[in-house]
Design a protein around this ligand. Structure first.
Ligand SMILES: *[C@@H]1O[C@H](CO)[C@@H](O)[C@H](O)[C@H]1NC(C)=O
Ligand SMILES: *[C@@H]1O[C@H](CO)[C@@H](O)[C@H](O)[C@H]1NC(C)=O
Ligand SMILES: *[C@@H]1O[C@H](CO)[C@@H](O)[C@H](O)[C@H]1NC(C)=O
Ligand SMILES: *[C@@H]1O[C@H](CO)[C@@H](O)[C@H](O)[C@H]1NC(C)=O
Ligand SMILES: [Zn+2]
Length: 516
């Protein structure tokens, strides 16, 4: 979002807010002059908002408001059609730029209740248009070009022998001299796909194929581009087995690799809003992601989460808080949790200590939903994660909803927080995983199909939302905000040691893509 535009909106929002305030003042004066004995009364009215209460904040959540926002967001995604031929809010697109503007303008229209800021950081955009891997005259079914892979030169096939790499392919000496001019054949494991591709490139390979060492395909990404990367595919362990044997016997295998893709680094922004009221040393933080994948408009993923935050942020302005509330709209989640990762990476220890917990809201309205709670226990996560988990559990239970625990395995924006000693957790309604019979009994919907059959697809539009599930979850988000904004009594104290001892980490996932 261009800076001058932002300050103009801010100015405009200020004028509108002042006008609205003046108007309210006049109306009040006419109807209840007795309350307005002196000129400072207006300020008192603002200061005398009631303390936020969970039941009251939950009651402000309506299906109509949420649906209206989803419709707005779909219109915003359509702005990308010129460039993308379909609606999307992927980073770098007009649809995403407009999404950021929509979030910022909505917040700015709330006057000075929030301190709003944006944070710029580098991210990678890329797309694979077409790819083909041929090994010994056959095309392995499981072969997929990795995300963020460079194209083959001139977008034409490269030919070479398949060259088996030693050990894990994580060190330069794992690459024998016959890799030069060949297509490197590398096992998955130990280091990232990006590292393997770069080492293959440094050894002179024309392309690289990473084969799985666990059952199944590899939906991988090379992560941040490097000039040393070569065009890189992933294939399944099953497809790789016979080639590994042949190479081990010293047989030669002809290979050809072709990728038409682009990859480049751009700047994108996180949007942050923090209540000006409340103790700024004890903040309740929550986040959703503003971006979608390139394939579609991302109305459930994560329109549902990011719009819930916006709606709760809007409704919260009628109340005061004891603890500060900080909302985040992360960018580039789909490219590998880049926004949240960047945000935490630049926090000083003092700043980390102010974030008492982080709540992740990613996909709250899946059409074939389950109510899923991240199984964030204190054994393996920062102290307090389990208290948050139990807040969700208690609420679903009290409101007569079933829920399931799902793995807290680093697939969304909470990852950087918990890895840095900040308690975290969240809820979701399911992505590509297939609903079981048991879950059908618990939540309705249909067993045997995905929780979100339109996950990362063009059809993730307004019709892809389960509005009833969305309302339920938006109320739970309101409950989580109201509860902790009111009081953190009994919530585990900040663990300085955990904050100080946190070390940089290599995420296993980059969004939905495996990174290693
Ligand atoms: C508003 O937020 C910015 C960025 O986080 C911060 O530098 C600034 O001090 C904040 N201002 C107030 C009044 O809280
Ligand atoms: C705040 O309260 C007023 C008065 O009840 C209401 O009209 C308004 O819709 C509420 N919500 C927001 C976001 O202002
Ligand atoms: C939740 O995590 C704990 C360990 O942290 C584990 O013992 C428990 O089995 C998990 N529950 C489910 C349902 O996955
Ligand atoms: C909860 O799940 C049970 C089956 O485990 C089912 O009988 C019940 O109807 C479900 N409750 C709701 C509110 O869906
Ligand atoms: Zn998501």
């Amino acid at each position: 979002m261009p800076a001058q535009r932002r300050s103009f909106t801010r100015l405009l929002a200020f004028c509108l807010a002042s006008a609205a305030f003046a108007h309210a003042f006049v109306v009040l004066q006419q109807q209840a002059p007795i309350l307005l004995e002196d000129a400072s009364r207006g300020a008192d009215t603002l200061a005398s908002k009631e303390l936020v209460d969970s039941t009251v904040l939950q009651s402000t959540i309506t299906k109509d408001n949420l649906l209206k926002r989803a419709q707005d967001l779909y219109e915003i995604a359509k702005v990308s059609v010129d460039e993308w031929q379909h609606p999307t809010r992927v980073i770098g697109s007009e649809g995403h730029a407009h999404t950021l503007e929509y979030i910022a303008q909505s917040l700015e229209s709330l006057g000075d209740y929030y301190n709003i800021s944006t944070q710029s950081f580098p991210a990678v955009v890329g797309q694979v248009f077409e790819s083909r891997l041929v090994l010994a005259n056959g095309v392995p079914d499981s072969a997929r070009a990795m995300s963020n892979t460079p194209p083959t030169p001139k977008k034409e096939p490269v030919l070479g022998k398949l060259a088996l790499v030693h050990d894990t392919g994580c060190a330069p000496h794992d690459y024998p001299s016959d890799v030069a001019g060949a297509i490197a054949f590398i096992p998955r494991g130990t280091c990232s796909f990006g590292d393997k591709s770069a080492l293959a490139g440094l050894a002179g390979a024309k392309a690289a194929v990473v084969y799985n060492t666990e059952p199944g395909n590899i939906a991988g990404t090379l992560g941040r581009p490097s000039p040393n990367h070569v065009p890189t595919f992933g294939i399944s362990a099953e497809d790789a087995a016979s080639f590994i044997e042949q190479l081990a016997r010293g047989e030669k295998i002809d290979a050809s690799a072709y990728i038409d893709s682009y990859v480049s680094e751009i700047k994108t922004q996180n949007v942050l809003a923090q209540t000006t009221a409340g103790d700024p040393d004890n903040c309740v933080m929550l986040g959703g992601h503003s971006d979608s994948v390139g394939a579609g408009p991302g109305i459930n993923d994560d329109g549902s989460g990011s719009l819930t935050l916006l709606e709760v942020a809007t409704q919260l302005t009628n109340y005061t808080v004891n603890n500060c509330v900080r909302f985040a709209w992360w960018s580039a989640e789909e490219e590998g949790l880049l926004g949240s990762d960047y945000y935490v990476s630049v926090l000083e220890e003092e700043e980390k200590a102010k974030i008492r917990l982080f709540m992740d809201y990613d996909m709250l309205a899946s059409p074939n939903h389950a109510y899923q709670v991240y199984n964030a226990t204190n054994d393996v996560n920062p102290l307090g994660s389990e208290e948050l988990r139990d807040l969700y559990v208690d609420w679903y239970t009290a409101n007569g909803h079933n829920f399931t625990f799902i793995p807290f395995d680093g697939r969304s924006d909470y990852d950087a927080f918990i890895k840095n000693g900040i308690p975290g957790g969240g809820i979701a309604t399911g992505a590509e995983v297939i609903k079981t019979e048991e879950e059908e009994e618990m939540f309705g919907g249909q067993a045997g199909i995905a929780f979100d059959p339109c996950y990362h697809e063009l059809c993730d539009d307004v019709s892809n939302l389960n509005l009833d599930a969305w309302v339920v979850n938006a109320k739970l988000v309101a409950h989580s905000v109201a509860t902790y904004a009111r009081s953190l009594n009994g919530f585990p104290k900040v663990n300085r040691q955990a904050l100080a001892s946190a070390s940089p980490y290599e995420p296993r996932y980059h969004g939905s893509k495996l990174a290693m």
